[in-house]
Design a protein around this ligand. Structure first.
Ligand code: SF4
Ligand code: F3S
Length: 106
């Protein structure tokens, strides 16, 4: 499955969701996740993310391995999102900032 990683937090551009053929994105307050049980590895979402936050599970760097389980966990709790919406007003300011995991809202 593909995995949404740390740089999505507080960016949440949501360009990714429009292209997903199986509607497997789930929405939290300031982050999205992919349901690993639904993702068919089509790769379409990867190029859509302005924050380059979506990676194949095998390509997730060691420092972000916790995001693999986090996607699986939160996908069971959060609702499906299928249409792109406006990004947070300060999304660009947060793009590329380090250590955003502590800012994740559940
Ligand atoms: Fe959806 Fe394809 Fe991205 Fe998986 S890789 S989340 S199926 S768009
Ligand atoms: Fe997040 Fe990128 Fe989608 S910032 S909401 S994974 S377009």
């Amino acid at each position: 499955a593909y995995v949404v990683t740390e740089n999505c937090i507080k960016c949440k551009f949501t360009d990714c969701v429009d292209v997903c053929p199986v509607d497997c994105f789930r929405e939290g307050p300031n982050f999205l996740v992919i349901d690993p049980d639904e993702c068919i590895d089509c790769t379409l979402c990867v190029a859509e993310c302005p924050a380059e936050a979506i990676l194949a599970e095998d390509d997730v760097p060691p420092a972000q391995h916790s995001f693999i389980a986090l996607n699986a966990e939160l996908a069971k709790q959060w609702p499906t999102i299928t249409a792109t919406q406006a990004a947070p007003a300060d999304a660009e300011e947060w793009n590329g900032k380090p250590d955003k995991l502590k800012l994740l809202e559940r």
